[in-house]
Design a protein around this ligand. Structure first.
Ligand SMILES: Nc1ncnc2c1ncn2[C@@H]1O[C@H](COP(=O)(O)OP(=O)(O)OP(=O)(O)O)[C@@H](O)[C@H]1O
Length: 271
């Protein structure tokens, strides 16, 4: 399956009088890995929610292959889009293999049983996140990192053309962080991923969007976006940025203290 084209067109999101995201434009081309970065509370999760259809935009549109994501039947969207979100499904009273098999349901009719192909897809999704040994364990008794990997396997079993992930490396040890991001890179799916670790974002993403206070303040290839000035302004940190001699990606080293230049206060604007 080839990746979908995602287009976020002037999306504004609100909760009561609070404006969470304002007039955001974002695109992800077929097969691109696009990273969403920004400080706590900058609107990353909210924007992702609008894409995977949990938070309806106040204005603007989310288009997947040109179709309005909010106008599509839920099931049709689920055949295209999979989401891995924070702390979801923690209380699922199912075995790990059953949780991953849920990823197949958008591709089946209500009472269809699992085919040999479904079982193969589930096993290989578990294998790709090194979780085959967890297959018969109760999902709700897994550690945070194990659970996260299983939810990623469920999304992979869905075989989406568009994969949306909210901090998928949260809870993962470094080996599994690298493995999961490597998997995202290797997929033909289009990937939109919120990440906190700027070095991982720089290495694994084709392009980054930087959010602050619900607005996009910079976007482009990591080497263009991750500048000392931007990190001072958006995060209020001093940093040195070098091109790593082996990876060729920008590498950020954070320095103690505050940057020389005062940075603007971050925070979503009130509506
Ligand atoms: N339902 C809501 N009602 C009121 N405010 C909300 C709601 N959802 C989110 N917010 C606020 O909107 C802002 C953006 O939140 P969001 O979770 O999108 O940020 P984030 O960039 O994902 O943050 P983090 O890095 O901490 O996960 C925050 O100030 C948050 O408190």
């Amino acid at each position: 399956m080839t990746g979908s084209e995602l287009s976020v067109e002037g999306v504004t999101l609100t909760a009561g009088a609070q404006r969470l995201v304002e007039d955001v434009f974002l695109t992800a081309g077929a097969g691109e890995v696009v990273g969403l970065v920004g400080p706590n509370g900058s609107g990353k999760s909210s924007l992702l929610r609008a894409v995977y259809r949990v938070l309806r935009p106040e204005s603007g549109a989310v288009r997947v292959d040109g179709a309005d994501a909010w106008g599509l039947p839920v099931r049709q969207l689920a055949r295209t889009l999979a989401a891995v979100v924070q702390d979801s499904a923690a209380d699922l009273d199912l075995a790990v293999r059953e949780v991953v098999a849920m990823g197949r349901s958008p591709h089946k009719r209500l009472l269809d049983g699992d085919t040999a192909e479904d079982r193969h897809i589930v096993e290989s999704a578990l294998d790709s996140v090194h979780a085959l040994d967890l297959a018969d364990r109760p999902f709700d008794r897994l550690s945070g990192g194990e659970r996260q990997r299983v939810l990623i396997a469920r999304a992979l079993a869905q075989q989406p053309a568009l994969l949306v992930l909210d901090e998928p490396t949260n809870h993962l040890d470094i080996r599994h962080q690298l493995d999961v991001l490597g998997i995202l890179r290797s997929l033909s799916a289009t990937v939109l991923v919120a990440l906190h670790d700027l070095n991982l974002a720089a290495y694994y993403c084709d392009r980054l969007y930087v959010l602050r206070g619900g607005r996009v303040v910079s976007s482009g290839p990591p080497a263009e976006v991750l500048t000392r000035e931007l990190l001072a302004e958006v995060y209020g940190v001093d940093a040195e940025i070098a091109v790593h001699p082996r990876t060729g990606a920008p590498q950020v080293t954070f320095l103690p203290g505050t940057p020389a230049r005062p940075h603007a206060e971050a925070g979503p604007s009130a509506g």
